[in-house]
Write a protein that binds this ligand. Sequence first.
Ligand code: SAH
Length: 500
Amino acid sequence: MGKTGKVYLVGAGPGNPDLLTVKAKELIEGAEAVVYDRLIGEAIIALLPETALKINVGKEAGYHPVPQEEINRILVEEARKGRDVVRLKGGDSFVFGRGGEELEELIQAGITFEVVPGITSAIAAAAYAGIPVTHRDYASSLHIITGHRKKDGKLDLDYDSLVGLEGTLIFLMSLSSLDQLIKGLLAAGMSPSMDCALIENGTRPYQRKVLGSLSNIEDLAAAQAIVSPALFIVGRVCSLATQFDWFDRLPLKGRRILAVQHQKTGRRLAAALSRLGAEVRLLPLMETKVLDFALPDLTPYTTLVFTSANGVDAYFQQLLAAGQDCRFLAGKKLAAVGSQTGEAFLKYGLYPDFVPSLFQGETLAREMLANNLLTPSDRLLLLQAKEASPGLGKALDEGGIPYDSLAIYETFYNHQDLPADLKSYDWITFTAASCVEGLARCAAEAGAPAADFTGLPALCIGPTTAEKARQLGMKVTLPPEATISSMADTLVSIYSSANA
Ligand code: SAH
């Protein structure tokens, strides 16, 4: 028999990828096989490598869960195949996660394991709802309790003790037994005015919370149609929730954004918007491939022009592979379309000599000519995408500036299913014109009924991208500068002026 794999019992936290531990993130990103539950959340599943074997054993209340024995069997079987298995569980594996049962099974089967603790939803959801689970003035103990009923429908709780503790009570799996819990606490003498809170989808961008007292929380929850996963917190600390709230106050909280982007380079905008509280769905439609080009002799050229960060990376990949470094470019002027392109040079120890005010090839030519940075005695080499738009070349022709161009990378379209609820997004963001084309193609390939983009709000990085989005009938917003941070700032100022 070959080698047996190891099982990593990993707590994935409450569902927001920012709350993974460093070790959990490393294991997830390098996983060969993953066995996961429903509560993990889409955003974390998206971090799994494409090549990983993914087994969803989602335990969904009311549906047909994979029985625990079957999960145990899968873990043992996969490990015996010689794979390391990442067993991902919501929150922490031992907080009502049945982690112990799985370990007992692994021990019996002689399979080695490691345990990676996770941030339990009990504490994380409270923190994201502005509730400090202990506070010297309000609660000196904290209790995490299951509200899951037994088969006979009864909750087996010692309410007298719970009330006597005078601490913070956090009930998990409690939504369907809320009425019983409240009756029990009241009957044991807790005040009907005791503060409490329900937190649905805690820490996720679409988190909702309901604050109230034991006497009205059920009605409030029903009015808001609170659904699972949710937790119920009872205790005086809940009275601080409004004052300590920070999450609901984030400038883009509650906004839904579809980020159409390049597979590798597009995540910066999505990350920036998520940090501002937005719910971001990624649509990685485009991928870049470096073409196998021969390094051109640079002697005839005075100036090298790069039109994207991908281009800079592609060129340097080839340069370094040929055993050369940035000295190969000595004496050449460097021009970059777009500040991201300019920033890409820094990685290789170079500063660009010129970055135009707009993310647009024509503007680069026009502004360099206007500033006498180009004369007909110059000769340019444009290092760009195979599918580069002709604007830059045309503007140089008009200015009488000689140039050659070399295709150094190619952008590929990578089909994804278009979200069915396209109209429900507050914004669709585009960080390159190719992304707009990708979206149109994606819709065309999906066939009838054809997606209608008319009037959809598009946030575009620069004028070339904007033009393409306008052609699809979208309602375009442009940031003052063609940068990721200017895009994010634009949304923040739209919503902060709306709220002022
Ligand atoms: N091991 C998990 C808990 C599993 S029990 C942990 O440590 O978090 C499942 C219950 O956890 C749900 O019924 C709900 O009460 C709670 N829960 C899990 N994720 C949650 C979230 N993001 N927001 C609110 N409650 C959550």
